[in-house]
Design a binder for this molecule. Structure first.
Ligand SMILES: Cc1cc2nc3c(=O)[nH]c(=O)nc-3n(C[C@H](O)[C@H](O)[C@H](O)COP(=O)(O)OP(=O)(O)OC[C@H]3O[C@@H](n4cnc5c(N)ncnc54)[C@H](O)[C@@H]3O)c2cc1C
Length: 434
């Protein structure tokens, strides 16, 4: 089958949805998602979304982001993200997103590790669901947008160095060619490549493999964040995140002798490394997290989802410690994009976690990723709108059947490239230290 659109967006998380909402309404848009429309990491985000709460906080927010990222961040991207944050939050509120407020009606802010001050807007411990469900509803009301679920991109269409759409496959094996003047990859992270991850398992970095195949530039794809605290379980499957904001609100970590062993509010990579070391010393597959320093009423009002899930697993976090273990969580590297989210291939954009504009450097500051995804998805949309008429429409002539099975080695290819980049960085760092 062959269908035609002005723009095709791959992925229905915040990176894809917010891009669509900022595209002109006279463009025909097709969105596809590999799973159900509400099965994206965007729905899982717990802690919140950062905001520049006043001009006085700019330097501190900038420095916190840079310090967490080991100063490998792209400063221009960080500046764009921080300065755009207030408009993004206002826009989300206009879509009906309900952030927690103080008694006087102003926005309330929480704090997470490596933030020098509270600057995170939140909705209980389900901020991602609150944001993404409102954006999804707004997109579903648009007449110019068609969403196709359970439809997997297996390749992009390349014509004379330009991207001219994608090839997608359905669960029954049938394939669809989607011709489009512009393509946006918003395919999320890489958690599906790992045994222990907080991500949905269908996020297997397909877009990275496809980018590699077509010579589209990637950046730092070995920069993968391990979250320090997921609920320890012997069961297989997605790991349940215990948001960093519980530590921001006072929760502490203990070793097997019930002694604290790390400053819980250090950046994620530092805390995760300390936990791994402690697990080795204790010879245990977890350490303990105590939420008891947080008043019970605050646990129930701010973290109802964490409370409920831990109860289901047999723990009452208001009274007892829970076992936690680090797990793969976030992807700082990705498809290299400029400040308009354009990749190295013409007519191909990437937004959200699959893209790398350098905001996060080597390690993401907590609650910067929803914001970064939204800010740069909007910039992609604006750039596509501005340049739309500069390009002719191409009608590709391809044998769609020749694409069948082209994705069979994608996971292996990406894992190998991650390993190669890791070795490259280790070697490079050793050389610099010499
Ligand atoms: C448990 C958890 C908690 C988090 N908490 C926070 C938080 O508090 N604050 C914060 O800022 N960030 C948080 N994050 C990170 C944040 O949620 C993500 O970085 C962000 O939502 C990514 O959005 P996205 O649109 O790029 O990807 P996603 O929301 O993951 O969407 C990816 C989309 O791409 C689709 N897709 C993938 N491959 C294909 C393919 N081949 N073909 C078709 N479709 C495809 C998927 O089906 C999905 O629709 C958290 C993440 C997790 C997992």
């Amino acid at each position: 089958m062959k269908i035609t659109a002005d723009i095709v967006i791959v992925g229905t998380g915040v990176g894809g949805l917010y891009c669509v909402l900022n595209l002109p309404s006279d463009k025909q848009i097709i969105m596809i998602t590999k799973s159900a429309v509400d099965e994206s990491d965007s729905f899982l985000a717990q802690g919140g979304i950062c905001m520049l709460k006043n001009d006085d906080d700019y330097d501190s927010y900038f420095e916190d982001t840079m310090r967490a990222g080991h100063y490998e961040n792209n400063k221009e991207s960080v500046d764009i993200m921080i300065r755009s944050s207030r408009d993004i939050i206002d826009d989300l509120i206009s879509y009906g997103v309900d952030f927690h407020r103080r008694e006087d009606g102003s926005l309330d802010f929480t704090k997470e590790g490596a933030h020098s001050t509270p600057r995170i807007c939140f909705h209980e411990d389900e901020t991602g669901k609150e944001i993404t469900s409102h954006l999804l509803k707004a997109v579903q009301e648009l007449e110019n947008v068609k969403i196709i679920e359970h439809c997997k991109m297996i390749d992009i269409i390349e014509e004379n160095g330009r991207c001219a759409g994608i090839i997608a496959q359905h669960p029954n094996g049938s394939m669809t060619e989607i011709d489009a003047k512009f393509t946006v990859l918003a395919t999320g992270g890489v958690g599906g490549l790992f045994e222990n991850s907080t991500n949905y398992p269908h996020l297997t970095a397909d877009a990275l493999a496809i980018a590699m195949k077509h010579g589209v530039e990637l950046e730092n794809i070995d920069y993968i964040q391990i979250h320090p605290t997921t609920l320890y379980s012997r069961k297989r499957g997605r790991r349940f995140l215990i948001s960093e904001s519980v530590r921001g609100e006072g929760a502490v970590l203990f070793n097997s002798h019930m002694e604290r062993f790390v400053d819980e509010l250090q950046p994620r990579d530092v805390v995760a490394a300390a936990i791994f070391e402690q697990m080795k010393k204790d010879n245990k597959p977890y350490v303990w997290l105590s939420m008891k320093p947080i008043p019970k009423e605050d646990i129930l009002s701010h973290f109802p989802n964490i409370y409920k899930r831990c109860r289901e697993e047999g723990y009452d976090v208001t009274r007892e410690c829970i076992p936690v273990v680090p797990a793969q969580h976030y992807f700082m590297g990705g498809i290299k994009v400029d400040r308009y989210s354009k990749t190295s291939m013409d007519n191909l954009y990437a937004t959200g976690e699959t893209a790398c504009n350098g905001v996060h450097g080597k390690n993401r500051l907590a609650s910067n990723s929803l914001l970064e995804s939204l800010v740069f998805a909007k910039r992609a949309a604006k750039h596509i709108a501005q340049t739309f008429d500069d390009y002719d429409t191409i009608t590709p002539d391809i044998d769609i059947e020749s694409c069948r099975g082209c994705d069979s080695d994608y996971e292996k290819t990406v894992k190998k490239e991650i390993e190669r980049m890791k070795q490259y960085h280790e070697q490079h760092n050793n050389d610099t230290e010499c």
